[in-house]
Design a protein around this ligand. Sequence first.
Ligand code: GDP
Length: 436
Amino acid sequence: MNLAVLGAQWGDEGKGKIVDLLTPHFDIVARCQGGHNAGHTVYVNGVKFVLRLIPSGILHGRVTCVIGNGVVVDPLALFAEIDELAAHGVAAANRLVVSDKAHLILPYHRDLDLLAEARRGERKIGTTSRGIGPAYEDKIARRGIRVADLADPAGLERHVRDNVTARNRLVHDSTMDWRPVYEALLQQSARLQPLVRDVSLMLSEAMRAGRSILFEGAQGTLLDIDHGTYPYVTSSNASIGGVCTGLGIGPRAIGAVLGVVKAYTTRVGEGPLPTELTGEMGDRLRDSGNEYGAVTGRPRRCGWYDAVAARYGVRINGLDAVALTKLDVLDGLERVEICTAYRCGSRTLQEFPSDIAQLAACDPVYESWPGWTTPTRGVRRFTDLPDNARRYVARLEEVTGVPAAIVSTGSERNDTILRNEILNLQISSFDKLRMP
Ligand code: GDP
């Protein structure tokens, strides 16, 4: 059975580790959206890998990794990542497939990204300025350049010339020359071509041959372009719909959906965050959770677990279960709080508001739970967790509405509690799930 693993909060939930952990049970790992702004950090035997574009499944020798049409690809970033992996002894190129329909990020997209963010001033979104938003804009405006276009140099030349000319008109005093952009693309094309495939067809054939696929989401549900806290969102569908459109598969190909949630809440960049803690406790969570962006180094905003937001993630994605990460970050706290509802004026809201202005005006309604002094870090059996940590997890399951099939207690692969009874029930392909 195929499984989708998606972020169910504002991203950075620890999807990289969970995908890495589950990968041995799949033949293919496929990414469907986002670009190289999504930094997944995976530690294997003490070695840190930060993967931005290539699915983290690449760290497992046998697995084929797919970059779907919904992803925007900066060829230079892709090559840098392949080279970085090679330097650590991971041969990526022969197990990596890139969709012919994926759109390319070009140098002018990066310039436009910086410019747009500067123009927003006070209303900035907090983008990573890697050209991802402008590349998606070109895609929707139907002037994007796709991987397949590299195979037709004459058409590509026209296309690049038109796009750079249009960009020069847009940017005051800009005289960007299209030729170097085109020539660089021709060079990159030679290296990219061997990886290019019709991904939809490849996945369909693989499924017919009995191969299993893990669909790897990037960012998180609340950053989804449609269902997130617009406009403080990413430029793609980070929720379940993105899996179908970003790879060219039907919904029935997705056997189960696992959401990744942190035992607390974080978000990077601007936008409302109802449970945000700005004082000492926020700093405490940020430091013990090492909540700094894997790609940008930006400090993340931190707060208590927001069950209203998590329930929304369950609804939008149809989650079967969650993987609860970073429980260990709460070790040693006297009390832990869970936001179970929002207070908005005289009303109590159980559901995540659709209107961002209303969300910004919401105050969290908290339940306070006793913390635990015995550390959970590195614990591998649910029954070995301190009583209060177990109670906390059980309460999160209740207020979120789905079980926690995996509980992560550290950044290493093995620092994980696999609750096979839940995995087997909800996600039937995991009958043989064992720690690697
Ligand atoms: P992703 O984008 O969702 O993969 O998340 P990131 O990689 O940006 O952030 C997750 C960070 O948390 C990484 O540095 C992981 O190594 C780390 N991490 C993942 N799970 C755990 C956990 O259970 N405990 C701790 N302490 N760190 C974790």
